[in-house]
Design a binder for this molecule. Structure first.
Ligand code: MG
Length: 299
């Protein structure tokens, strides 16, 4: 409670300085356009209640959800279906969530080849759908045999990501590295580390993201997003205790610090729901949207 009051008074203090419009205000206010940054919310395919894709899109439009994040599995075969269903709507494809076979750090050449070919098919389909990118994880803990966590492996990853990034650019999209928590993937756990791999991959087609659920690895949501800066292409959101709808974990579900960084960065991409629910979607989904909008205002 003390912390919340402190946050509020800091925000009010900053607003007061900006309003003063003195030369000092211009110097101290790090983002004069902060209040203009729009919150663009996105849902995965099963987030909204509904029996069909069209019912779900209707529901999303009524709630003002402007992004859609489908899974990448079998994406090429679904491009037409998505294009038809999105026609005339105020919803765009935000990102594509994985869906490839194999993994990029596989030791087995056959598994690596499966990754290369299926990932490229998804990237091409993502480009057709106007997606900001295709989300990928270098290696889950369960994926074995995996290349060892060494300097050579990192150099190899950057080189491979470069190739993939350049391929994605040719299809007007990107590849987006997602750091996970250590229980799922010890290899890549922090947003700043993912951003450093983007930088060292030397391709504008290699980007990264943050997932508020996995960001339990971070000591500061604000610092994590600020460190990602220009490389930040997507954000996932869920409740922070049990990965349900934002708000289902009560006091834990505070996104204000991270959102403040997004606003200061002028982040113009999406915050996309990646979570289940313990309740009735007709209740928990609109409540989560309302909570995120209120916190965005506060940030
Ligand atoms: Mg995620």
């Amino acid at each position: 409670m003390i912390r919340r009051d402190f946050l509020k008074s800091n925000i009010l203090g900053a607003a007061g300085v900006a309003l003063a419009a003195s030369p000092i205000a211009a110097l101290t206010s790090c983002s004069p356009k902060k209040e203009e940054v729009e919150l663009k919310l996105s849902f995965q395919e099963k987030t909204a209640p509904g029996e069909s894709l069209n019912e779900r899109f209707d529901y999303m439009e009524n709630l003002g959800i402007v992004g859609f994040e489908p899974g990448g599995r079998n994406l090429a075969a679904r491009v037409n279906e998505f294009q038809q269903a999105l026609r005339g709507r105020n919803i765009k494809v935000s990102a594509i969530c994985a869906g490839f076979d194999g993994f990029i750090l596989a030791q087995d050449p056959k598994t690596k080849a499966e990754f290369d070919s299926s990932m490229r098919d998804i990237i091409a389909a993502a480009g057709e759908l106007g997606s900001t990118g295709v989300i990928m994880v270098p290696a889950f803990n369960r994926q074995k045999p995996c290349m060892p966590h060494t300097l050579e492996t990192r150099a190899y990853l950057c080189e491979q990501m470069h190739e993939l990034g350049e391929y994605a650019l040719k299809h007007n999209t990107t590849v987006i590295l997602e750091p996970l928590n250590r229980r799922e993937a010890h290899y890549l756990r922090q947003v700043a580390d993912a951003a450093a791999i983007c930088r060292d991959s030397k391709s504008a087609g290699v980007m990264c993201m943050g997932d508020f659920w996995h960001m339990q690895e971070e000591t500061s949501d604000y610092a994590a997003f600020m460190a990602a800066g220009q490389y930040l292409q997507h954000v996932h959101v869920a409740s922070r205790g049990n990965r349900k709808m934002p708000g289902e974990d009560g006091e834990l579900d505070n996104y204000v610090e991270g959102m403040r960084a997004l606003k200061q960065l002028g982040y113009d991409k999406y915050i996309s729901f990646e979570c289940g629910t313990n309740g009735d979607r007709n209740v928990t989904v609109p409540a989560a949207v309302e909570l995120l909008r209120a916190q965005w205002k506060l940030a």
